[in-house]
Ligand binder design. Structure first.
Ligand code: SAM
Length: 427
């Protein structure tokens, strides 16, 4: 196979697994990409699959309106291939090459009998563009209802923004280079970037590119991290020399940021998932940071805590990920209503188990990338009600709207992800 046909076929297989076989996007990409030798093909597959998932509402509207016979449950592979074709037109790839490669991919996938139909449908999309469709249509009904209930004013914007392609945010490792000097390295490499005035280490690139193309990536000069996540270091702001716990730390984005900002911090970074801890250790090595990384269940301190209180604790809790649908559009396919109660129970256990480990006067930041009040403000409110020595200390408007029990940001605001963050002080 040549001329990108293998990439289109791989994209169709990946999409089929995510859409119809319950596989997560991350694991489907990890399974499919290594078979492609060319890094450009791998980047193309990722871009096509992400665009198809983000634009699923409009792609579905095209298929529903244009197919002579509605696609059924057994037409998953064909649906995936058609979405791959439509996504390429949305991405603005040269239409002739995209169409030809997708039709060839139909043959390569054993669908020669459908190649003519694929060609005709994609030609129509090329002529007419995708029809409009409400982005909310691809949200599970229970979740869309909850977003409307929690954020009646913002719901429409949340659905619309969640279908957009996010910018690429970088975090410059100020331990080894200033942001201004890194901007010069980027300019020399022909990469345009904007510094974010509110976030001291953040740069924003409008166009995504593979990390291997970022100057000094392997030498640890820079990491990829959304602007909303970078604000957490400002919310916690541990003093120099503080003993700090990052309880849910992998893959280590926020722990590294804190260590880059203040070399004297003594950070313990825990995570319950051994594979993710290995990735976190690799990140610390690349960034040349010394952080004590351990596999441990943060809700069971008796198994790992030495009894010395922490001055600062970060709980970046496992959550519904409803604020990062732009980056992980498969959240809408795989999240179940019953997950929310289980996640809320884990979040409450983390708060209750770790609060006694905080020194008097110490600060705990509770953060999620969720939009749901149950995981965010209501979680913090309930914690404050049962914890007499805890007080919520408001942050400023940079952290989003003040719910009274923490601050909420919505996806797309200033290009950042949806995020929640509450700063709690032990009185
Ligand atoms: C939102 S992610 C953390 C992201 C990380 N803070 C960063 O900035 O890169 C949540 C993490 O919590 C971990 N986790 C879930 N339950 C845990 C527990 N009981 N103890 C420790 N880690 C846990 C998950 O494995 C996952 O890596």
């Amino acid at each position: 196979m040549s001329d990108g046909v293998a990439a289109r076929a791989a994209a169709a297989r990946t999409l089929d697994e995510v859409l119809h076989r319950g596989r997560s996007l991350k694991s489907a990409l990890a399974g499919g990409l290594p078979a492609l030798d060319d890094a450009r093909d791998r980047a193309l597959v990722e871009a096509i699959v992400l665009t198809a998932l983000r634009q699923r509402a409009r792609c579905n509207a095209a298929l529903d309106g244009w197919m002579a016979r509605p696609l059924g449950r057994r037409d998953g592979a064909l649906r995936a291939l058609l979405l791959v074709g439509l996504a390429q037109l949305e991405l603005g790839l040269p239409a002739h090459a995209a169409l030809a490669a997708t039709v060839d991919a139909a043959r390569a996938l054993g669908r020669t009998h459908q190649a003519g139909m694929v060609n005709a449908l994609l030609r129509r999309a090329q002529r007419e563009g995708l029809p409009p469709a409400a982005p909310e249509a691809v949200w599970p009904a229970w979740l869309a209802r909850q977003v409307h209930t929690d954020w009646p004013q913002q719901a429409e914007a949340i659905f619309a923004e969640s279908a957009n392609t996010p910018p690429l945010w970088l975090r410059v490792n100020r331990r080894w280079i200033t942001r201004d000097d890194y901007l010069v390295l980027l300019a020399d490499a022909g990469i345009a970037a904007q510094p974010c005035p509110e976030l001291a280490d953040a740069l924003r690139l409008e166009t995504a590119l593979p990390v291997a193309q970022l100057p000094g990536f392997d030498a640890g000069l820079v990491s990829v991290q959304d602007g909303a996540a970078q604000a957490v270091a400002d919310a916690l702001a541990p003093p120099a020399g503080a003993r700090m716990l990052d309880a849910c730390a992998a893959p280590g984005g926020k722990a590294s940021h804190l260590a880059e900002r203040e070399g004297s911090l003594r950070i313990t970074a825990l995570d319950v998932d051994a594979r993710r801890v290995r990735r976190m250790q690799e990140a610390f090595t690349r960034l040349r940071l010394e952080i004590d990384a351990r596999v441990a269940d943060a809700t069971r301190p008796d198994a790992w805590w030495d009894g010395a209180p922490f001055d600062a604790i970060l709980i970046d809790a496992p959550c519904s990920a409803t604020g990062i649908v732009r980056r992980q559009p498969d959240v809408l396919l795989h999240r179940r209503a019953e997950d929310i109660a289980a996640l809320c129970a884990t979040q409450a256990r983390l708060l209750d188990a770790l609060w006694p480990l905080l020194a008097p006067g110490g600060t705990l930041v509770y953060a999620t990338c969720s939009l749901l009040r149950a995981e965010n403000a209501l979680q913090v409110e309930a914690f404050l009600a049962r914890t007499p020595d805890a007080a919520c200390v408001p942050l400023d408007a940079r952290f989003g709207i003040d719910t009274g029990s923490g601050h909420q940001r919505f996806p797309g605001q200033q290009g950042r992800d949806g995020f929640f963050c509450a700063r709690l002080r032990k009185t």
